[in-house]
Ligand binder design. Structure first.
Ligand code: CU
Length: 283
């Protein structure tokens, strides 16, 4: 085979690989089945890059973490009449102080460096704030370091028909527990997540490192040092009672834990301390 012919063959092979990797098989179930608009939110240390204006309705949010630190993106809609200044000054007191000022509209849970994940939610028109509540090693929330962006959601053209989302499993968020599928198989899947509680809840996922247990996670959260005994696996950020979000997952076999970090307004205790922590395995 001539040198040129070899190069050509290699190029064709490479193209075939790229097409396979990016083809319909790799597309999310949601993308393949419907025409839901997609947006990308890029997280870096410590900023968000996101569209300034989008149309209301169902939207698939892709979070891409290009930072070194773990990040999430929480969408919060300012309640009518609430200004950004009022929200920011309430946040400076505590996240709980800001609760009554906004509607929690979901988002993509914590992801490690270079990871990405998709969540689909329905956004109503209004002013939204994108936030990262993750703290740095000194306990400073990323939102105080610049991870706060604004997005305007405007009335869109009337949708001919609301796209129907086919979910592989339903997960309920309750006060204070989860219902998870009895069996979770590895691979690409969509979870429909419904907040059936009376409080705000999230579904945060972590994947335990080989040989690590919940006790290791608890010990690490109590006094973090060394390499974490888990990796962040995303999830659905906080949603208001009655709200639904769809999470597109590509799960690897292993042991996972579902958690909710939202604080109880009355006590300040995180929901995971009140029962919202549930291990499950992926086969
Ligand atoms: Cu909760």
């Amino acid at each position: 085979m001539s040198h040129q012919k070899l190069l050509l063959t290699l190029a064709v092979l490479l193209m075939a690989l790229i097409v396979t990797a990016c083809g319909p098989a790799a597309a999310s179930t949601l993308e393949a089945e419907s025409n839901i608009p997609q947006i990308t939110v890029k997280a870096t240390d410590y900023a968000f890059e996101a569209p300034a204006k989008i149309e209301a309705g169902l939207v698939s949010i892709n979070l891409v973490n290009e930072g070194q630190e773990p990040h999430h993106v929480q969408f919060a809609r300012l309640n009518d009449g609430v200004t950004m200044e009022q929200f920011q000054s309430a946040l400076q007191q505590s996240p709980e102080a800001a609760f009554p000022l906004v509607t929690w509209a979901g988002g993509v849970g914590l992801l490690g460096n270079s990871a990405s994940q998709q969540v689909t939610v329905e956004l109503t028109p209004g002013q939204y704030v994108l936030l990262c509540f993750m703290t740095d090693h000194e306990g400073v929330p990323h939102l105080a370091k610049g991870m706060m962006a604004v997005m305007e959601v405007v009335e869109g053209a009337e949708q001919a028909e609301v796209p129907e989302i086919k979910a592989d499993a339903t997960v309920n968020l309750l006060d204070f527990s989860f219902t998870l599928p009895a069996e979770v198989k590895a691979g690409q899947q969509v979870w429909q997540i419904v907040n059936k509680g009376e409080q705000i809840h999230e579904l945060a996922l972590i994947k335990l490192a080989e040989g690590k247990t919940m006790a290791d996670v608890a010990a690490f959260m109590e006094a973090p040092h060394g390499a974490p005994p888990f990796e962040f696996a995303g999830g659905l950020q906080a949603v208001d009672p009655g709200e639904t979000g769809w999470l597109t997952l590509d799960l690897q076999p292993g042991n996972y834990v579902a958690m909710c970090h939202v604080p109880d307004p009355a006590t300040g205790h995180a929901h995971f301390e009140m029962g919202m922590v549930m291990p499950f395995s992926v086969k």
